[in-house]
Design a protein around this ligand. Structure first.
Ligand code: HEC
Length: 136
């Protein structure tokens, strides 16, 4: 009986260990600098110093004084973010805030910050089953 219990506990531990290992292979803790490429480190810095006031560090414009008309950037395609930022920078799209902000960024900054926001991992719930509260 005792052996059986020990076997069971060992099995439980080893399966949760395997689960952890699987997780760490596909996910990277963004708070640990050594986990980040140089582009991601630079992108994170730009996000911290410029973008996060409106878009949040995680690209969800929902906290503090953020307005609900600031778009979420989280997990958006990198190329989409780059195109939009370059369009604000070139003047193709005009916006009181974003045109000024994009004008301050180099093309490398744009690439790096787009890398940051496109890499934030999200979980999507089936909209037929789970509804969030209306945004405020
Ligand atoms: C002062 C607030 C503010 C700051 C700071 C700010 N943004 Fe924005 N951003 C906005 C608003 C508002 C819009 C919507 C503009 C529009 O309607 O054209 C926007 C739009 C965007 C879009 C276009 C999204 C889309 O789907 O069309 C991108 C990409 C973006 N911002 C990236 C950034 C990045 C990267 C930074 C930092 C370098 C940044 N923003 C800093 C307010 C801000």
């Amino acid at each position: 009986m005792r052996i059986l219990i020990i076997l069971l506990i060992t099995l439980l531990f080893s399966s949760s260990y395997a689960e952890d290992k699987k997780k760490s292979k596909s996910e990277t803790g963004a708070t640990v600098t050594s986990n980040l490429s140089v582009a991601l480190q630079n992108g994170k810095k730009k996000a911290q110093t410029i973008c996060s006031a409106c878009h949040g560090m995680d690209g969800v414009a929902a906290s503090g004084g953020n307005s609900v008309i600031v778009p979420n950037l989280t997990a958006q395609h990198k190329d989409y973010l780059k195109v939009k930022l370059l369009e604000y920078k070139s003047g193709k799209i005009q916006h009181a805030q974003m045109s000024v902000i994009a004008g301050m960024l180099s093309e490398e900054d744009i690439d790096n910050v787009s890398e940051w926001y496109s890499r934030i991992k999200i979980k999507v719930f089936d909209p037929n089953l789970v509804l969030a509260k209306p945004s405020q």
